[in-house]
Design a protein around this ligand. Sequence first.
Ligand code: ATP
Ligand code: MG
Length: 194
Amino acid sequence: MAEKIGVLGGTFDPVHHGHLAAAADVRHALGLDRVLLVVAGDPWQKRGRVEASARDRLALTEVAVVGIDGVEASAVEVDRAGASVTADTLESLGAPDRDLYLVLGADAVANMGSWRRLEDTKALATVVVVERAGDLDVHPPGEGWRYVHVRIPRLDISSTDLRARLHAGRPVDGLVPPAVVAEIHARGLYTGGR
Ligand code: ATP
Ligand code: MG
């Protein structure tokens, strides 16, 4: 039987419990073998707004997934030079005996129109739209997509808010795993006022 792999891409600047809960819920709902948190190496749509280096964001994601069954950090985009393009990533993760599931929040789905190689993406994975209470009913743009919706709880956590908290010296405990808090401090990330 084909191995079913979920792919949840993001900047993860830093990773948080919203990402982790979504990954675990999608894995359970669709019976996936594994869900990979794919850390964007060069998120070209966010240039200038990404704070931590790709290596630091990957390290935080690696400690975040420890102890979460079937959820893993992936370095494929960090290890590859150049802009992070989803179709390239899916091609590098693909194999004849693998079914890929591309996991996207409603905000990410709404932005798909701007993706590079969007047409190529259709054949490479089934899109999983994670739907949080209050989200608009979104689906991938145009025809020919395979996609499913999975309901997940709304956790009102964003990396943007976490960065602001850290710069202001406010706690992020409870919003990210304790190991991530420790790793942020050990690496001296998100310090100082902005
Ligand atoms: P930023 O505030 O910097 O944009 P973010 O918290 O939105 O960061 P991203 O790395 O941009 O995190 O998101 C990666 C993926 O995770 C996207 O598909 C996004 O929709 C999803 N996501 C982000 N926050 C949550 C959350 N609280 N619950 C579920 N999914 C989330
Ligand atoms: Mg975001």
